[in-house]
Design a protein around this ligand. Structure first.
Ligand SMILES: [Zn+2]
Length: 120
């Protein structure tokens, strides 16, 4: 039940991001970190990037948040392993995604992205 609710919420959010351009709509949530500090967080631009990706505008999505775009396969694999691993069919993928070295590398890249995007 909880899994269905989470997946439904994600699909609804993706539907809203497909239909509504966050660049033009003032009711879309803004980043609290950016509002407080004036700096970009690692996720800043994610709504706009996803909106562009849903419309197959990859170049524009990369301009808004390249780290999100290149992270999507990994994040998608994590979601698959979390919600669709009934019977252990995805245990091999799950062990790769949850390997400590992979998680450490992802966190290092995330922090490097966070720092770099605020320096340029
Ligand atoms: Zn942000």
């Amino acid at each position: 039940m909880r899994k269905a609710a989470v997946i439904t919420a994600i699909l609804l959010a993706f539907g809203v991001l497909y239909a509504v351009d966050p660049e033009r709509e003032p009711f879309m949530p803004r980043c609290l970190f950016h509002w407080l500090t004036g700096l970009d967080c690692p996720a800043c631009g994610s709504q706009r990037a996803l909106h562009q990706l849903f419309h197959l505008h990859v170049r524009e999505a990369l301009a808004y948040n390249p780290f999100l775009v290149v992270s999507l396969p990994y994040l998608g694999a994590l979601a698959l392993c979390r919600w669709f691993n009934d019977g252990g069919r995805l245990d091999r993928l799950k062990s790769m995604c949850h390997h400590p070295a992979v998680i450490r590398l992802y966190l290092v890249l995330l922090i490097a992205w966070w720092v770099a995007r605020n320096l340029v």
